[in-house]
Design a protein around this ligand. Structure first.
Ligand SMILES: [Fe+2]
Ligand SMILES: [Fe+2]
Length: 252
């Protein structure tokens, strides 16, 4: 299994719009340049910045350049119903009431013999995350599983990001689930706009850098500074029954 991961394109219109479009295009170019091509691409949330329909049209147009299956998940900037409309998925529940509500956009699929479980960790209109651990547990019946969600279930040491991570109660429940689910080989997230790694319940947990903007590395500092540091993407590769995660800068 080779799974590429791009995160947080935050495509927007108006000020900064051109830069966001160019960043996503460069990310797609970088995935297209890989040899061998990955089996699939995951985009781990915040596809759009304000959830305007035109933003999703642009994201869809860019991702349509890729020949491999593309799986997306919702971030706190996304609209569940817009995701359903632009990236229809069998098994992702029926439309609801837009950004203010609507059923979760979540599903399980297969990438190179590994089950990819795509969670919806969003709380409509809120920046922080939650997780339906019971739903996740019901998806884990496969020999090898990678779990994806937008909000990381761990602190990166930057308070402004940690305040809007996955909630403590759900993180504890996820840790207990991972502890008894050795078939989960990796949990992959977005949202932090930085690469970071830890373990939870004995499982490796990773957040992917942003494909557009990144957050300055300042442990313990209040707030955070958004930078145009070199963006990057991740490549998760199954080797001898374990998953190795690479982080690759994107040249501009
Ligand atoms: Fe983001
Ligand atoms: Fe986010």
């Amino acid at each position: 299994m080779i799974l590429a991961q791009l995160s947080d394109p935050h495509v927007r219109l108006g000020e900064g719009g051109a830069e966001s479009r160019e960043s996503l295009a460069a990310g797609v170019d970088a995935v297209l340049a890989l040899r061998p091509l990955p089996d699939a691409l995951l985009v781990s949330g915040d596809l759009a910045d304000t959830a305007a329909p035109e933003e999703y049209r642009i994201v869809h147009e860019q991702l349509a350049r890729l020949p491999m299956p593309v799986h997306v998940l919702g971030g706190n900037h996304d609209d569940r119903d817009a995701l359903r409309e632009w990236f229809p998925v069998a098994g992702a529940a029926a439309p609801g009431a837009g950004r203010a509500g609507g059923a979760e956009y979540r599903y399980a699929t297969e990438v190179g013999g590994v089950r990819l479980v795509v969670c919806d960790s969003t709380v409509p209109t809120r920046p922080e995350g939650r997780l339906d651990v019971e739903w996740l547990e019901a998806q884990l019946g496969a020999p090898a599983v990678v779990v994806a969600m937008h909000h990381p279930p761990f602190a990166v040491g930057m308070p402004a990001l940690d305040e809007i991570a996955l909630g403590a109660e759900d993180t504890a429940a996820l840790a207990a689930l991972l502890e008894r689910s050795p078939q989960v080989l990796r949990v992959i997230c977005g949202h932090t706009h930085r690469a970071a790694f830890t373990t939870l319940g004995g499982c490796g947990v990773f957040t992917c850098p942003g494909v557009h903007l990144t957050a300055r590395l300042e442990i313990g500092a209040p707030g955070y500074t958004v930078l145009a540091e070199p963006p990057a993407f991740a490549l998760h590769v199954m080797l001898d029954g374990t998953v190795t995660t690479h982080v690759q800068p994107i040249e501009r």
